[in-house]
Design a binder for this molecule. Structure first.
Ligand code: PAF
Length: 280
């Protein structure tokens, strides 16, 4: 695997390649990321991965400074798996060469709800860096995980609106045996919190069972799920049942008619904020 740090070296490596498959990451790679690389490999050649902790998507009180940066062990993991041909690991000056950056602003009704409401500016940061990375790598296919469900929708929407010639593929969320969605942030959890953490997903499954059993009042289902987690010591940002197609709230009639839905959740255990979702 070639490791490159500049756009010039990246372009040298990829000259003439028309079937590039791309996986952008912020590093600290786990099995979830490695599964994305495998999917990328099935849909293109060569596979390019990137590692860049993007300051623009972190709020002032978020974990940018303590976000785990583990480039050397990430390289070793990628070399063991042999799915990636080029790893692009730029520094901040390479991707943001000027102090005043252009910013990609997603439509409010998609970018300012749920995660966007709790983390103002998050999707501006994500969209901006993903557009920059696409412009550096020029992939034909790019792979994202469904754990970041709203992020995936924002990126698909951006590609559509900017007519980017990139096909976006989604990989199912990879989970630990006890159901916890894999995430780099799981390592912030204390031992007791790690034991408790799967109850976020368990709460989503419980909501799903009640919906399937015929309870169509999503506001009650959401409120019950929040109350159960709060009683276990969680501080819940949201648990929201939404339409899969646009993340809008479904009407009772739509729920009853079988509109495809997804429940999305964000909640804190101690200082660690976890997100998860489940297509219903
Ligand atoms: O999902 C992530 O790891 C990041 O948001 C992404 C897409 C790499 C952009 O920084």
């Amino acid at each position: 695997m070639k490791v490159v740090h500049t756009i010039e070296d990246l372009r040298d490596q990829l000259r003439g390649q028309l079937r590039v498959s791309f996986v952008p990451t912020m590093g600290n790679l786990h099995q979830g990321h490695l599964a994305l690389m495998k999917l990328a490999r099935q849909h293109g050649d060569p596979v390019v991965a990137s590692i860049f902790v993007n300051r623009m998507q972190f709020g002032p009180n978020e974990d940018f400074d303590r976000y785990p940066r583990t480039l050397q062990s990430d390289i070793e993991k990628l070399e063991r798996e042999r799915d990636v041909y080029v790893l692009f690991a730029p520094d901040e000056r390479e991707l943001y060469p000027e102090p005043q950056s252009y910013r990609v602003q997603p439509p409010q009704e998609l970018g300012d709800i749920l995660e966007g409401e709790c983390r103002p500016g998050f999707f501006v940061g994500v969209s901006t860096v993903v557009l920059k990375l696409f412009s550096c790598v020029q992939p034909r296919v790019a792979v994202f995980g469904k754990k970041d469900y709203q992020q995936l929708m924002v990126i698909r929407n951006m590609c559509r609106q900017f007519q980017l010639p990139v096909e976006i593929l989604a990989h199912e969320t990879v989970r630990a045996d006890d159901g916890l969605a894999l995430s780099s942030r799981n390592q912030y959890l204390q031992e007791a919190e790690r034991t408790e953490a799967p109850s976020l997903y368990a709460g989503l499954r419980e909501l799903q069972s009640r919906l399937h059993a015929g309870e169509h009042d999503t506001a009650t289902l959401e409120a019950d799920a929040v109350a159960r987690l709060a009683a276990r010591g969680w501080s819940v940002d949201y648990i929201a049942v939404r339409r899969q197609r646009d993340l809008h709230k479904p009407s009772v009639d739509e729920v009853a008619a079988g509109e495809p839905l997804v429940v999305l959740a964000a909640a804190r255990l101690g200082v660690t904020r976890l997100i998860d979702n489940l297509e219903l």
